[in-house]
Design a protein around this ligand. Structure first.
Ligand SMILES: Nc1nc2c(ncn2[C@@H]2O[C@H](COP(=O)(O)OP(=O)(O)OP(=O)(O)O)[C@@H](O)[C@H]2O)c(=O)[nH]1
Ligand SMILES: [Mg+2]
Length: 444
């Protein structure tokens, strides 16, 4: 039994129209109890004009249009009504109240999508994409989410899932029906080869996923260096405005200054930090600690050196601090440098000549044109499960190499298979025996 739920689908503010969504097993009954017409007999998609009213007090609440969807042909798969009313927070609240009085309950977060999933209107990857589409801030991020919503991303998992089912079926049939001589024997070498093949496919999915995640969420970039090397000037040159204060006084930036840019589809969340040095000034010292912390938090660190001067101990300390980070080292103040070394990246924030840095960011992030056009699993849950599947496969392969029995090997293969099903939310819906028997005509 799916209770009838109600929620406002549009923001609670003044607008031309607002939409209230009602969905559930007795949705049409609930709506009919507060609508001027009876909709309980409707058996196909329809639009109806009428009044939402309080039938006890005989008071009309608003004139509305109902978009009526007969389940299973609806977003949730249930009977569903969208009430299109006038866009005032007061009106929508009154309509929701009257629906609540007549048998509906308030929907919880994501409950419509969760019902769509439960009614098999979409898999989990598609359901998660709804949120991503709403939250996308760039065209590129939206396009990636659109692949997931349309089911294209889920299709990427098919080859992995099929290959895993192939090998598991082969092993299971060997275990369960050893007396059948016409069944292909699962040999260890074959298992190792198939494991390798699937691991490679999963590696590609993880790699594509990490790249797509960058397109979706952007990347956190910390700009660090000793005082006065030009960190704030670089931030300003990147964002194209004077966000951070620039002076020739060392220790100008005290707190972290944030900026954001969209570099052809890659959003950089930039953090300009206080110049790192020993300081007795309490405020500056806190800033320096924050700068050090931002190195840990950042996905990419831009280490700025003053190319017009020789490196000193402070520079070396910062190079040491960032040695394990994903980092780009740049030499600023190129306008004052005479001897340049081919291996270094030179920029002049003063002259807004930062193209070498932008190119290097692109190179390090590793996105190519294909990354923007490819369906990919992007969220932490999906990538986490891919990694889980990969480590189970590595264990299965190791077991096969150590000549363990096939039933032991199959435990890890099953774990990998389940992790893949979990990505789609299909673990409890899929009967592996069906997959097995669809491949073999055992018992003929
Ligand atoms: N010649 C030259 N001067 C620059 C360049 N970039 C920055 N400067 C100058 O260097 C000085 C310090 O610049 P900032 O951007 O404030 O340096 P910072 O690293 O943020 O300094 P703190 O906030 O004190 O750590 C200013 O006088 C800038 O005008 C450059 O590319 N060339
Ligand atoms: Mg600064």
């Amino acid at each position: 039994m799916f209770e009838t739920i109600v929620a406002l689908a549009t923001p609670p503010m003044k607008s031309a129209l607002a939409i209230i969504r009602v969905s559930g097993d007795d949705c049409f009954d609930v709506v009919s109890r507060c609508f001027s017409k009876d909709i309980t007999k409707i058996d196909q998609k329809t639009l109806l004009v009428g009044y939402i009213e309080n039938k006890k007090t005989n008071k009309k609440i608003d004139q509305v249009v109902l978009a009526i969807y007969k389940g299973p042909k609806s977003f949730t798969g249930e009977d569903l009504v969208e009430i299109i009313c006038h866009g005032s927070a007061l009106i929508s609240q009154q309509i929701i109240d009257i629906l609540l009085e007549n048998g509906a309950r308030l929907a919880t977060n994501g409950e419509y999508s969760s019902r769509a999933f439960l009614h098999q209107k979409m898999d989990l990857v598609q359901a998660e994409a709804i949120n991503d589409i709403i939250n996308a801030t760039t065209k590129e991020a939206k396009d990636i989410s659109m692949f997931s919503l349309s089911g294209k991303t889920s299709e990427n998992l098919l080859p992995v899932r099929t290959r895993l089912a192939d090998i598991i079926s082969l092993i299971e049939v060997n275990i369960d029906y050893p007396e059948y001589e016409d069944i292909e024997q699962a040999n260890k070498q074959q298992i190792i080869t198939i494991c390798d093949e699937i691991i490679e496919k999963i590696n590609t999915l993880i790699d594509d996923g990490e790249k797509a995640r960058i397109i979706k969420d952007g990347i956190k970039v910390a700009i660090v260096g000793k005082p006065n090397v030009g960190k704030s000037s670089i931030l300003n040159a990147l964002v194209g405005e004077d966000k951070a204060i620039v002076t020739d006084i060392a220790g100008t930036t005290r707190d972290v200054v944030e900026g954001e840019i969209n570099l052809n589809g890659i959003v950089l969340h930039l953090l300009d930090t206080a110049g790192i040095r020993e300081s007795k000034d309490v405020v500056e010292a806190i800033g320096v600690n924050r700068a050090k912390k931002s190195i840990e938090d950042a996905e990419l660190v831009i280490v700025v050196l003053d190319g017009s001067n020789n490196l000193d101990e402070s520079d070396k300390e910062i190079l040491e601090l960032t040695k394990n980070s994903n980092r780009i080292i740049i030499y600023n103040k190129a306008d004052k440098i005479i001897d340049k070394n081919d291996k270094n990246i030179y920029v002049s924030a003063l002259e807004k000549d930062i193209k070498p840095l932008v190119d290097e960011i692109y190179r390090v992030v590793g996105l190519d044109q294909q990354s923007f056009k490819r369906p990919a699993l992007t969220n932490t849950r999906q990538i986490g499960l891919l990694k889980q599947a990969r480590s189970s496969l590595l264990k299965a392969k190791e077991d096969a190499e150590n000549d363990l029995t096939v039933d032991l090997i199959s435990i890890n293969l099953m774990d990998a298979y389940n992790a893949i099903l979990d990505i789609l939310g299909e673990r409890n819906k899929t009967d592996l025996s069906k997959e097995i028997f669809s491949r073999f005509c055992v018992g003929k």
